[in-house]
Design a protein around this ligand. Structure first.
Ligand SMILES: [Zn+2]
Length: 298
């Protein structure tokens, strides 16, 4: 069975055919033109989907808050104006005559890792992605825990410092204001405004800049504080860390060392692992929406 999967973001849409084993073929990426609004995004999506055949279902991963029961966008911010209320499932089922499922991009990436990536051998685990923000997924019995309203897992809004920096959510001191790679780069830019990116920052640290090394150390402390709280709450078998920053050699080990310094002895059995699927996780998760749950088989 082939599933046509699409991963819709504010700047681009990735599309591919995915089979039950998670093999990806015919990948393409087109601009989503999110700033031009929801209807334009849907137009671009349909134009790309039109070029595919030989699939039995469509799985969609999308930016924004998704009502996966109704297959529509519950809320989208200014990155895609006019996307709130978009009935993606209804629109695509009418056009393509196959079952359509929709999930938000953070959940979809976590589902991809759970099914095909670093989570496939675990029942109870957490996925945490360190990116522009911090996102995640909580897996209990290999099922994504969604909560009463389908919006559980806002790990980035764990309060780390009660009187800390203002977060995009309106509250103070959220974890992602300290542990995201965006936060790391911003603090580093306070030391040296010419730093252009995370990659640039790491290059300068390697060249022996002690003040920037301190910035990194303090970021690692904050990252580990949040992760150890999560481990104490959920007692997971594994904690899977994603985000481009994890590609830096040794970073996972640095994080793990600090996490273990914070953990109670009885929680040390947790395994820390790097996410395996990179930027294909969302596509693979979108496809997995149509595959029978593995938790049910176990
Ligand atoms: Zn927040």
């Amino acid at each position: 069975m082939n599933i046509l999967a699409a991963d819709i973001g504010g700047t681009s849409i990735k599309i591919a055919l995915v089979d039950e084993q998670g093999n990806i073929t015919r990948t393409q990426e087109v601009p989503s033109e999110g700033k031009r609004g929801g209807p334009q995004v849907m137009k671009n999506l349909k134009a790309a989907l039109d070029t595919y055949e030989g699939y039995e279902a469509i799985g969609i991963s999308s930016a924004g808050q998704v009502d996966s029961e109704k297959g529509m966008i519950r809320y989208a911010n200014e990155n895609i104006p006019g996307y709130t209320g978009m009935k993606i499932r209804e629109i695509l089922e009418e056009r393509y005559h196959v079952p359509v499922k929709v999930e938000n991009d953070v959940n979809a990436a976590a589902l991809g890792e759970a099914r095909f990536g670093a989570g496939k051998n675990y029942r109870d685990f957490l996925c945490v992605t360190l990116g522009t923000g911090v996102g995640g997924g909580i897996f209990i019995g290999h099922e994504l825990y969604k909560g009463a309203d389908g919006i559980a897992g806002e790990l980035g809004h764990l309060t780390l410092y009660p009187r800390g920096n203002r977060c995009g959510c309106g509250r103070l001191g959220c974890y992602e204001q300290y542990a995201s790679t965006k936060a790391l780069v911003q603090v580093a830019q306070g030391v040296d405004p010419s730093i252009s990116s995370g990659r640039d920052l790491f290059r300068r640290i390697e060249n022996g800049n002690p003040r920037l090394k301190e910035v990194l150390e303090s970021w690692l402390v904050d990252v580990a504080l949040g992760l150890s709280s999560l481990i104490h709450i959920f007692n997971p078998e594994a904690l899977i860390l994603g985000g481009g920053v994890l590609d830096r050699p040794g970073l996972l080990e640095d994080i793990e060392k600090k996490v273990r310094e914070n953990l109670m002895a009885s929680f040390q059995g947790v395994v820390l692992q790097k996410a395996a699927l990179g930027n294909h996780a969302g596509l693979m998760g979108a496809a997995s929406l149509h595959l029978p749950s593995e938790g049910a088989e176990a």
